[in-house]
Design a protein. Sequence first.
Lengths: 321, 623
Amino acid sequence: MSVNRYQGFVFNPADLSEDVDLDVERRKEILFAEARLASWTHFDLLGLPWNASAEAAKAAYVAKVKVFHPDRYPGQRLGSFRARLEKVFGRLTEARDVLTDEPRRAAYARATAPALERAALEARRLGDERRSEERRARLGRQNPLLARAGRVAELMKRGQEGMAAGQHAQAANDFLLVASLDPSNREAVALAAECKRRSTAHKVQELMEKAAASEALGQWGQALLAYGAALQLDAAHLKACIYGSRAAISQGDGGAARELAEQGVRAAPRNGAAHEALGVALEALGQRAEAKKALERAVELDPRLETAKERLKKLRWSFLG
Amino acid sequence: MSNLEPVIGIDLGTTNSVVATVRDGVPRVIPSRTGQLLTPSIVAVAKNGKELVGGLAKRQAITNAENTVYAAKRLIGRRWGSREVEDARRVLPYELTAGPEGNDVRIKLGGRVVTIPEVSALVLAELKADAEAWFGRPVTQAVVTVPAYFNDGQRQATKDAGRIAGLEVLRIINEPTSAALAYGFGKLIEKKVVVFDLGGGTFDVSVLDIGKSVFDVVAVGGDTYLGGEDFDRRVMDWLTFTFARENGGVDLRQDKMALQRLKDAAEKAKIELSAVPASDIHLPFLASGGDGKQALHLTKQLGREKLEEITKDLVDRCIAVTERTLRDAGVRPNQVDEVILVGGMTRMPRVQRAVREFFGKEPCKGVHPDEVVALGAAIQAQALTAPAQPGNDVLLLDVTPQNLGLLVVGGYFQTVIPRNTTVPTSQTHLFTTVQDQQTSVRIAVLQGEKERAIDNELLGEFILAGIRPARRGEVSIEVTFDISADGIVGVAARDVDTGQQQSITVTATSGLTEEELRRIMDDRVDDLLTRKQSTAEFDAARERASAAVREIEALVPAVQAALERSKFGKDAVQKAEGVMARVRQAIEAKDTAELAASAEPLERTLQLFKGLAGQAARPPGGA
C-alpha cells in the first residue's frame, strides 16, 4: 500500500496516543476504516473494485477479518480499539453477507454504480437502442406490411417532434398522412385536429402582430387587410373585429368599420367593447341615434368603458344643442 | 512460548470429559493421572463422605446410585419445572430439588444440596489437576466447549462452573465448531464442512466454511435433549418391559440399584452392537423374588436390528435437525465437501448409514470422535492467548445459536438478532409506544425460537423511563443489541426524541446468584489452602525420596559387582527397581500418601545397597 493512503485524513492525536498494545500503523488502519464506514460501499470496505465477484468478496473478507477481529490480538490491551474493531468487523460481515449472495450482490452493484460506470452503462444502452431501431428500419424497407407500419411510426414520431418544435402545419400534415394510411388511428386524427388548431392560432397571432405594426406606422389600409385575413381564419376573433373597425374609421371607411363592429357583436353579444366599437362606427357614419343606443348598451354591459361614456355624453349634449 | 502459562481446552461432556492442550504446535489430549484419556463426567459422595470424581465415581455408581451424579450437563442452566427437568427427575436415580428462588435445579448429594455448576466444577477441577500433573505447573486458563444449541443461561452456568473450579474460562465455544477447528487446523484447506455431533446427551450440527485458517460458522442447529443417553434409555425400557412381562410384572424401576445395573448393561450392549450383530446381556440376581421366592436373573440377547428398530425415531430426529440447519445455511447436501462425525454415538452403524444417505457421501474418518472436540478447544485456547504462529494461526468466527430479541405487545417475541448471525455484531430496531401517555417501557430481553414470548428464555430486563408523554405510536424507541466476540450481550434502549437512555449487560442467570457463587468460591479457596499445605508436604517428601533414589542409582554398579560374587540377594536389584518405579510414579502423580508409604522400603533398599557396595569395596577373599 502506498504511504499516503490516509491522505487528507486527520487522525485524532488522543487516539494515536491511547495506552494500548497496538502499533501506530495498525491504529491508523483501524481508525481510518472506522471513520470511513459511513461513506464506503461494501466494495470499498473490502478493498475491492466496484462490481467485484462473490468469490473475490469472500477472499477479501477472510483477509480483512484477520485484521479486524478482536481475537487476533490475544493478550493485548485494546482499550477503545476493541469497540472500534467490533464495529468494523460487524460492517465487514454485513458486506460479506451481501456480496457473497449473487442476487443481492448484483442488486447492490447496480445501486452503487459510480457515475462514470453509470454513464458508460447508459451509453451502451442507448447504443443498443439505436442499433435495434436501425435494424427495424432495415426490416421495414424489405417488407411492405412492415414498411407501412414503419412509415406510420416514422410519421407519428416526426409529427410529434414537429409539434414539440412549434411546426404545427408540418405536424398536422404528418398526422393527416398517418390517418390516411391507418384510418383506425384515432390518436393521429385527434393530433391532426389539435395541430391544425394550433397552426391557425399561430397564424392569426402573426397577422394580428402584423396589423399592429402597420397601425403603428399609420398604414391603416395594410392593417385593415391583415385584420381581414385574421378574421378569414378565425371569424370569431373579437380583437380583430374591434381593432379592424377602429382601423377602418381611421381609413375613413365607415361602412367597413360598421361591418367589422357588427361581426364583433355577433361573435360576442355580451361584450361591452364590441358594442362600443359599433357605437363609434355608427357615430362616424352619422347615425347618432343608433350610435347612442349601441353606446348605452356598451356602458350597460361594462360601466368602465371610458370612451363609450365620453362619446355618449357628447351625443347627449349635441341633442340639446 | 514455553514461558507462557500453559492453557487447556476442555470438552465437558455429558458422559465423558476430555482435556487437551497444544504443545509445540501440535494439539494433544492430556491423559489423566491414572493414564486414561477420557474422564467420566461423574461425581459421587462415597459412604465415608469422600468426594469422588471420574473413574472412581463411576466404579462405585452401582452400589451408591443415590449419591452418584451423572449427566449433570443435561440439567445445567435449566429452569426448575421445565419439561427437560421433569423428564430427568423421572429417570435419574439421584434426587433433584428446586433452588431457593425456585427457578433453578439443585441436587441432593451426600446429605448436602449442591448446585449443578458445583457438580460440573468438580469434574473441571479434576481435569485441571490432571493437566497440572502433566505440565508440572499450575494451569488457570481454559476454553470450555458446550453444545452449539446451548442458550445463554446454560453457557453462563458452564462459565460459573469453571470459576468455581479455579479456571478463568477464556471463551465458551461450540462443540461442533471446536471439532471443525481440530479437523482443519494447520491444513490450509478451503472447504464447506458439516459437523454432525451426536454425543452422550446432546445433538449438534454445524455448517462451516473453512478458508485459509478462518473458520466461519455459517449455521448451527441441534437438540439439547437428544443423545446417547436416550438410546440407552430405549434399551433400558425394552429390558424392563420384557423383564416385567416374563416375571409377572416385576417393576425394576422401583429398585435404584437394579436401575443403575440396567443402565450400565444397556450402554454396554449398545456400544457392543456397533461392532457385532448381537449382544448378550446377563444380570444375575437383578431382583429379589420377594416373599422368600427365588432371586430373579436377567438374561437377554439384543440384536442390532432390534436396537435400530427401537431407536429409529431418534435417528430420524437427527436427520430432521440436520436438514433444517442446512436450509438455514442455504446449502444443499451435495454441496458439502466433508462431513465430520463427532461423539461416541456416531459409531453406531445406523447413524453412519443415515448420514451417508442424507449427504450422499462417506463421512470423514480422519478424526477421533471422542477427542476431537477437546483438541479444538485447546487450539482456540492457544489462539486466544498466544500470538499467531505462521502456518497454524486460527480465527474462529462463531454465530449466535438462537434468536435474540424483545417481548412486544401481545406477549409476542420480536427478534432483533436472528440466529446464525456472526458475532461480534450489533443491530438496532425501532419500536414505538403502545399506550397513550406512556412514560416508561419495560424492555425484556429474550432468547429462543418460539413465537410466544413466554416460551423463550428470559435473559434480563430493564425499564426505560422518562419518555415524553404522547399519543401511542408517536414515540420512537431505538433498541440496540450488541454481542461482543466473547458472547456478552449488551442491550441499550433510547428514546429518540428525548435522548433518554438505559442499558444493561445481560448476564444470563445460571441459577446461581453472584453472592452464592462467591460463597462457593470462598469454600473452594479454603480447599485450595489445604491443598497448598499438602503441596508443601509433597514437595518435602519428593525432595527426600529423590535424594534417596539418586543415592541408590549411584550405588547400582557397585551392588551389581558385589552380587556377581554372592550367592544371596540375586533379586535385590529387581526389587529395588520396583520400589524406585513406585516412587517415580508417586512423584508424577503428586501423590503425597503414596510417597510417604514408599519412604520406608526406599530407606531399607538404600541401607541394603550401602552394605552390599561396602562388601564389594573390600578386597576379595577378606572376611
